[in-house]
Design a protein around this ligand. Structure first.
Ligand SMILES: [Zn+2]
Length: 94
């Protein structure tokens, strides 16, 4: 009689919230020990968007300040590298 090997299938557990694979819609694994569930991914995306929004607001403030400086035409006195930097920042902002 053949010995039936019982395969122990270990259920993946989210490394962040400790929920089991059966408790969430999707589990993403980088290896058998490190996983992230779809709920934690969504939370992470929210955190990243908040950060991006914060950075965007800061860029908007800088851009507005730089535009005001440009209106005063003070930028003609800036070195070329600084003018290029201003151009880059105002491009990102908007
Ligand atoms: Zn999770």
């Amino acid at each position: 009689m053949d010995e039936v090997k019982e395969e122990k299938k270990v259920e993946m557990v989210c490394s962040f919230c400790k929920k089991k694979q059966s408790e969430v819609a999707v589990m993403i694994a980088s290896d058998s020990k490190t996983c992230i569930c779809s709920e934690c991914v969504l939370l992470s995306v929210g955190v990243i968007f908040e950060h991006v929004e914060k950075v965007r607001k800061q860029i908007d403030i800088i851009t507005d300040s730089l535009k005001r400086i440009e209106v005063l035409d003070v930028t003609n006195q800036f070195p070329q590298e600084f003018k290029d930097l201003i151009r880059q920042i105002t491009k990102i902002g908007g």
